[in-house]
Design a protein around this ligand. Structure first.
Ligand code: PMP
Length: 375
């Protein structure tokens, strides 16, 4: 079976050179006679990989010295609880800006975690419209949507809503909000490293690896050192961010193979020219797709407002669900997979993460033009 054009939302396509490198090194890593998976996490072979992955993250993103870069397990979902557990104090809660389903989940977990600690999580703003099954999210927030409490421990947002296809900081009209002195915490799981980011604007950034930088099982956390130092000490050690921070993310056994794959992906990314080059490539890919959608207004419809349209997850509808089913089936027959929208919203979703090749988009766009013509 030849490799397919994989538009999955996550776990998602990985760059072929990163996979080939893993294949070539699989049985005999660095001339050691064993797989990297079989090495001790305390041995020099693995440690070199771990250090290289951390160094590449710092280099690619230009992470300032005042920040720690951590590898954490449990998925981004664990961080939904772990972040409030670390950062709230009794009587000093956290603010949440909700622009889609993942923001809702983060807020919901924060409510449970803060209640345990004598604090609370507060909705500082939402762009949701309607209720229940009719709930819609079609735009990133503006300053007018947001009321931050000046004493909040932090303001949380989701930079890219994977299900709704709503993203911050694609268009200058929808920048990351200014929370004043309140630290900004961003879930960047589905758009981490899609372009350069000014890390100093954030108190904490976290991202599950399985969309843009590797396989599932690892979360990258970039956090201001003073927030780590001030974090709670009365929660279990394994949940304190200072534990990975003080132990180079080697307090206990990390997901070594996942971190190894991250190293391979980051090395590939650097070889392509880094985040500036990646931004151009990603904007071109998504631009082509939105171009086809907009050129066929009677057939394709993107529900997301123009300024908030995601460069990573392009969502759209066809005239009827039967058309969408046929679309997914015909595309699959042509080797293009992973196009079905999330079950909660339906429609089509094309995930165009870093590893998705521009040529795949050319092929998908040609198919879409033809499909619309046939109606
Ligand atoms: N946040 C966002 C924006 C996501 O897209 C996802 C996963 N799709 C998560 C959080 C949850 O990640 P995990 O499955 O790693 O817990």
């Amino acid at each position: 079976m030849p490799r397919v054009k994989n538009f999955n939302a996550g776990p998602a396509a990985l760059p072929l050179p990163a996979l080939e490198r893993a294949r070539d090194e699989f049985l005999d890593f660095a001339g050691s006679g064993m797989s990297v998976m079989e090495h001790s996490h305390r041995g020099k072979e693995y440690e070199a990989v771990h250090d290289e992955a951390l160094a590449l993250l710092r280099e690619l993103l230009g992470v300032p010295d005042a920040y720690d870069v951590l590898f954490v397990q449990g998925g981004a979902s664990q961080l939904f609880a772990q972040i409030p557990m670390n950062l709230v104090e009794k009587g000093r809660g956290a603010d949440y800006l909700v622009t889609g389903a993942w923001g809702e989940k983060a807020f919901s977990e924060a409510k449970a975690a803060t209640a345990m600690l004598g604090a609370s999580a507060r909705l500082a703003g939402t762009t949701g419209e309607g209720e229940g099954k009719e709930k819609r999210y079609v735009r990133a927030a503006t300053a007018a949507d947001l009321q931050v409490s000046p004493d909040a421990a932090y303001l949380h947002l989701t930079s890219n809503e994977t299900i709704h296809g709503v993203q911050f900081a694609v268009d200058p009209a929808r920048p990351f909000p200014d929370a004043g002195k309140v630290p900004l915490v961003a879930d960047m799981s589905s758009d981490f490293l899609w372009k350069p980011v000014d890390v100093s604007r954030f108190g904490l950034i976290y991202a599950g690896a399985q969309k843009n930088i590797g396989p599932s099982g690892v979360v990258v956390v970039i956090v201001r050192k003073d927030l780590v130092a001030a974090g709670r000490k009365d929660i279990p050690k394994i949940f304190q961010l200072r534990t990975p921070a003080e132990n180079k993310s080697l307090y206990n056994t990390p997901p070594t193979f996942g971190i190894y794959m991250i190293r391979n992906v980051l090395a590939w990314l650097k070889g392509l020219g880094g985040l500036g080059a990646m931004e151009q490539r990603n904007r071109a890919k998504a631009g082509k797709l939105y171009g086809v959608i907009d050129a066929n207004p009677g057939f394709y419809r993107c529900p997301v407002e123009r300024e908030s349209r995601s460069v990573m997850n392009v969502v759209f509808r066809l005239p009827a669900e039967a058309d969408e089913e046929r679309f997914v089936k015909e595309a699959k027959a042509k080797g293009m997979v992973g196009l079905k929208g999330h079950r909660s919203v339906g429609g089509i979703r094309v995930s165009t993460y870093n590893a998705v090749e521009p040529a795949w988009l050319d092929e998908l766009c040609a198919f879409m033009q033809d499909f619309a013509k046939r109606g």
